[in-house]
Design a protein around this ligand. Structure first.
Ligand code: URA
Length: 186
């Protein structure tokens, strides 16, 4: 088992896929190591590639608004991405890039041992929940697997493109908050 610092070091020096050649900074997950909830997004954007921190760009503002809508903040959660390096022109990470990066996510999950995992967007949901997961139809639903509740919500960038998704995503965040409370884990 690796410590957070060891994992961060591996991610910073990783060259397991071609994204390592074009990244500025890799972006290791961060947050509260004792949190019961882990949010998993897709891959760092342009701003995150500059900062080396998840969700510091426009999507991050939406994410913070969603958290705040249920009285939560980043200090209470752990936040990471399926892929730790920025794909050029914000394209979707390729399956082989996801495959190369997934061991880091597995180790992060072992370290945090979340009771609830929230996938932010289709890429994370299809990687973590089911390859044919349909975010439009299935967001907000919970599934219990290996002692962990799994759910998915729209990616904050989808809300930036279509703000009518904000209201239903706030409802999904309420359900996440309720799940944490009813399970007495928040
Ligand atoms: N989009 C993501 O999926 N993750 C980030 O960290 C930033 C933007």
């Amino acid at each position: 088992m690796y410590s957070y610092e060891e994992l961060k070091h591996f991610v910073e020096h990783c060259s397991r896929c071609p994204l390592s050649a074009t990244r500025n900074k890799s972006v290791m997950g961060r947050g509260n190591f004792h949190s019961s909830v882990m949010f998993i997004a897709e891959a760092p954007g342009y701003q995150e590639d500059r900062d080396g921190i998840p969700f510091t760009g426009p999507s991050g503002k939406i994410f913070d608004e969603l958290l705040a809508s249920v009285g939560m903040g980043r200090d209470e959660i752990y936040l990471t991405n399926v892929v730790k390096c920025h794909p050029p022109r914000n394209r979707d990470p390729e399956p082989d890039e996801q495959e190369a990066c997934i061991p880091y996510l597995k180790y992060e999950t072992l370290l945090i041992r979340p009771k609830v995992i929230v996938c932010l967007g289709r890429i994370a949901a299809q990687r973590i929940i089911r390859p044919d997961f349909r975010i439009t139809r299935e967001h907000g639903q919970f599934l219990y697997r290996k002692n962990t509740w799994l759910t998915a919500v729209y990616h904050p960038s989808a809300i930036l493109r279509d703000d009518t998704k904000m209201a239903e995503t706030k409802e999904d965040f309420k359900a996440i908050r309720e799940k944490l409370c009813t399970e007495r884990i928040f």
